[in-house]
Design a binder for this molecule. Structure first.
Ligand SMILES: Cc1ncc(COP(=O)(O)O)c(C=O)c1O
Length: 428
């Protein structure tokens, strides 16, 4: 039987179970020496002096906003295309999110739109290196400095990404990273903050370390959840579990994947689970994962190159644009293609689970009130996100490239099997 290919491929350290066992034997599941070692290893990797771990990327962001001591109620400019939690955390920190548009070619904050969004109340900007491609930081930093705005880089997708040789996270005043299961470095949750000014970093650390330790039960639950996530995304398991459910939902024009997403809601009061410290066992896994980061990035880039080669030159198809000097890490590989939704259904029918939108067009979400239109973000939401993750392997990457190329090249006379099945069922 041909195995189906899952849209997600978490980066899993093969010796995870042994690391967990070692921490358990030493009584170091929660607190322990790996936390400081991991923070230092991350700082070294990013190219900064020091870093601070946190329970989530969003909490690292929250501590940064507090530590920067921004004017109460001040406006923070974010790209309209981002994960809804980020602007919501701006509100939780007592500030006001304002959205600027993105460049649909790069999916990143458009410097001209950012400058237009600046008002007398603006205090900061959050360039998000979306999908692992660094923003145009030369332009963004120049504008921010001219208007005396703080710059907080959202590097949730971008550990390992570079711009002219410098790492994402080193261009602004502060930056944060995420270690959630699907991120470039997976420690089954967690986040990290860095800051240029040591005084700001000290204030971030004071907040992070004032949080309580999680209970042993919570740590066990997190590790169990991690096991479930990595097991279910394995091709052999995915093929007989989630894949049939996705296929069945597609038959009825439904989306089974939406049940996995975090419900969009106000985060004030802040959920209790946010308010805890990053644990030693996660840091120990993170240290082992850091050793593999370069290899994972290399494999992901190789898979992206296979897609580039196969899909370039097909009319109406646009593969990811990588500006000169940018080191993309392809957290997501996004392609513009005609008749996107039909392509997604056909790919699924042929065993390839394809994602469409991994983040949100936040300017259209009602929790953020009425915002100016952001046509670039709406356009940028119309892509297919093809799997290129590290564990895919080049054989499967080539299979995806071949199939998607065939689907794209097929003419309109090709009958969509999912559509046909739906019509047939409706006729009964
Ligand atoms: C662009 C972006 N920023 C921030 C975050 C928040 O990271 P975390 O889930 O670790 O809080 C995410 C998470 O998916 C994200 O996609």
């Amino acid at each position: 039987m041909l195995t189906a290919i899952c849209r997600y491929g978490p980066r899993v350290v093969p010796e995870t179970d042994a690391i967990v066992q070692r921490c358990r034997d030493r009584g170091e599941l929660i607190d322990g020496p790996d936390i400081a070692a991991f923070e230092q290893a991350c700082a070294d990797r990013i190219g900064v002096e020091e870093s601070v771990s946190a329970s989530y990327g969003r909490m690292a962001f929250y501590y940064i906003l507090n530590a920067l001591d921004l004017r109460d109620g001040g406006e923070v400019i974010l790209p309209a295309l981002t994960f809804w939690v980020v602007p919501e955390m701006v509100r939780v920190a007592g500030l006001t999110p304002v959205f600027a548009d993105v460049d649909p070619r790069t999916f990143n904050l458009d410097p001209a739109s950012f400058e237009r969004a600046i008002s007398s109340r603006t205090v900061a900007v959050v360039p998000t290196h979306l999908y692992g491609l660094p923003c145009d930081m030369d332009a963004i930093v120049a504008i921010a400095r001219r208007h005396r705005l703080a710059i907080v880089e959202d590097c949730a997708h971008a550990l390992g990404a570079t711009s002219r040789g410098s790492h994402a996270g080193t261009f602004g005043d502060a930056a944060f990273f995420s270690f959630q299961t699907l991120k470039p470095l997976n420690t089954y949750g967690g986040g990290l903050a860095v800051a240029r000014d040591p005084r700001v970093l000290r204030r971030i650390r004071a907040q992070a370390e004032a949080e309580p330790w999680p209970s042993i039960e919570r740590v066990r639950t997190r590790l169990r959840l991690g096991w479930v996530q990595r097991t279910f995304s394995r091709p052999s398991v995915f093929t007989v579990t989630a894949y049939p459910a996705l296929l069945a939902a597609a038959l009825w024009n439904g989306r089974a994947d939406v049940y996995l997403w975090e419900k969009i809601r106000p985060l004030s009061p802040m959920p209790d689970s946010y308010r805890e410290r990053y644990t030693n066992v996660q840091a120990a896994i993170g240290l082992a994962a850091l050793d593999r980061l370069v290899e994972w990035t290399r494999a992901t880039r190789a898979h992206a190159a296979i897609m580039d080669e196969a899909l370039q030159g097909i009319p109406g198809v646009q593969v990811p644009h990588v500006p000169e000097g940018a080191g993309h890490v392809y957290y997501q590989y996004c392609v513009y293609a005609p008749d996107r939704d039909r392509l997604v259904r056909r790919a699924l029918w042929r065993g390839i689970d394809v994602e469409t939108l991994h983040v949100d067009v936040c300017s259209t979400l009602s929790i953020f009130g009425t915002q100016p239109p952001t046509p670039g973000a709406e356009r940028a939401a119309q892509v297919v996100q093809l799997p290129v993750y590290a564990s895919l392997g080049s054989r499967r990457a080539r299979r995806i490239a071949r199939r998607v190329r065939r689907l794209l090249a097929a003419n309109a006379a090709f009958q969509d099997p999912v559509q046909k099945a739906r019509t047939d069922i409706a006729k009964v």
